[in-house]
Design a protein around this ligand. Sequence first.
Ligand SMILES: [Zn+2]
Length: 202
Amino acid sequence: MDHKMFMSEALQEAAKARDSNDWAIGCIITLDGEVVARGRNRVFSAHNRLLHAETEAIRELQEKHFDSKGKNLVLYTTLEPCPMCFGAILLAGVRTIVAGTNLDQSGVSATIDTLPEFFMQPHFKTTLITGVLATECEKMWLSGTPAKSVMKRNIKINYATDADGIQIYTSPVQHLEPDAENTPNSQKEYTHSLKSAFSSEH
Ligand SMILES: [Zn+2]
């Protein structure tokens, strides 16, 4: 499966969000390798803080393919899902999540092993692959109006403008470091393991 090709489609959704002055985040969902739903962040343009790219894509998925839960669904999102979206993704029965970056460090990879017991049930098992087109997704996120305002407050993210007027960003995210083991597009994979929540005690 070509994760980069589908992430490029998610980036197209992110560009639409950027052009609407929303958070520049996009999402698509595939079913058996076909794109069946798209979403982009609409928090500011729709005045609704629940309208994240992932929840928008899931809404479209539910309208068109309500019976898709547990099937071969792959969700691509340019920024790792927040905890709200991660819960929605699991409820929709998505078994694989492919994320671009976790630049704002709000993503789920940091918490995937400490989920509430509710999400330890076997039918919520999912795999998170992160770092696909990370550099492109980071630049996209940083190009959005909301992220720019965050940058002004966040001294951990540095940016400069080169001779052609192109903004160059450096961040504290490790995979931006130019060493062999952490190339910009190095991928990390997490599997939400089902631990003991529903084994011995239940
Ligand atoms: Zn979210």
